[in-house]
Design a protein around this ligand. Structure first.
Ligand code: NAP
Length: 307
């Protein structure tokens, strides 16, 4: 039986692995479907302390991984499909491929994924075809071109403002006539000449051109039903995130959105003894590399101190 299994290999998982390995727990990290986590999609991380010049997101987490391996963490390319936490002393993780692992303690650090709209054309064009969930990663590819951002929260406003640095025009499509974003962000959007607000509209379809890349989006007025076609080279979807916690549903306490809820008085201990949580699958407020790493550190320290 494993002493500690860490599920997820982003900043939270790798930081937990560094601390657990140094504490002599011989941790096993299960990489999951996206090795390195969501930060691997960020080109420049400029706010992780100790990198004044910034660092590529992939490189940052890769360095954490090397550090964890240096202290003896084992990393396996597997994903957890379901779990059984009914036995307090023997937690069971069922992996893709049919294998099962038993562990005394678990750190869940499975992160979150961008929420998508599900409209026609989105899935086909996602990731290189002109649909993206990360302006920081992909914005510079659309220099001098018109783009669309979908959403009305702080992320959508931030992405739209960021994109005005490169793009000829940014259409911000939001389903209501009022932003959810904080006033300061909404005000910045309103006063930016490069941003056209397309309010009370929802995406209907993303169209590809002959080259198989995004050419336009059709949006539908929620009050009028009217369809408007907006020519654009990329649609940036910024409508929030969903935690990757489906495999743990019913086994550990979650809120209605699927975020794992720590027990009262703790940031990383769940309602199940010996099961800890770290990073974006629990934290929907900060969602930063540094906070994910800090939670991974806390989870590993507590796990190493408990019998
Ligand atoms: P959010 O606040 O949940 O906003 C999501 C937006 O997407 C909302 O405007 C929502 O519309 C819209 N939306 C949701 N599902 C949709 C769908 N299926 N179709 C069309 N639109 C849809 O998410 P977020 O902007 O990612 O922010 C998450 C948290 O991080 C917030 O607490 C935010 O303040 C924080 N954050 C802060 C900063 C900053 O301070 N610089 C930057 C980014 C994020 P409705 O408004 O109609 O619900």
């Amino acid at each position: 039986m494993e002493e500690l299994v860490i599920v997820g290999s982003g900043c939270a998982g790798m930081s937990a692995a560094i601390y657990a390995a140094r504490a002599g727990m011989n941790p096993l990290v299960l990489e999951g479907d996206r090795p390195g986590g969501l930060i691997t999609t960020t080109s420049d991380v400029e706010n992780f302390p100790s990198y004044p010049e910034g660092i590529n997101g992939f490189e940052l987490v890769w360095r954490m991984r090397q550090q964890a391996e240096k202290f003896g963490a084992r990393i396996e390319g597997a994903s957890v499909k379901s779990v059984d936490f009914s036995d307090a002393n023997r937690k069971i993780l069922k992996l893709d491929g049919g294998k099962s692992i038993e562990a005394k303690k678990i750190v869940i650090a499975v992160g979150s994924s961008p929420r998508l709209t599900g409209v026609k054309g989105e899935a086909e064009l996602y990731g290189g075809g002109g649909v993206s969930a990360c302006a920081t990663c992909d914005g510079a590819f659309y220099r001098g071109q018109p783009v669309v951002v979908i959403g009305g929260g702080d992320s959508a406003c931030e992405e739209a403002l960021f994109l005005t640095r490169f793009c000829s025009k940014v259409y911000l499509v939001h389903r209501r006539d009022e932003f959810r974003a904080s006033k300061i962000m909404a005000d910045r959007v309103v006063s930016n000449d490069k941003i056209e607000r397309v309010m009370s509209c929802v995406p209907d379809e993303i169209e590809a051109g002959k080259d198989g890349k995004c050419e336009a989006i059709k949006v539908r007025g929620v009050k009028t039903g009217e369809i408007r076609r907006i020519e654009c080279k990329c649609v940036f979807v910024a409508i929030g995130h969903v935690p990757n916690t489906g495999s743990f549903r019913g086994s550990v306490e979650m809120d209605s959105e699927g975020y794992i809820v720590p027990r009262e008085g703790s940031l990383v201990e769940t309602d199940i003894d010996g099961v800890y949580v770290a990073g974006d699958c629990s934290d929907k407020k900060f969602r930063q590399a540094i906070t994910a790493s800090a939670m991974g550190c806390m989870a590993a320290i507590i796990a190493s101190q408990k019998q």
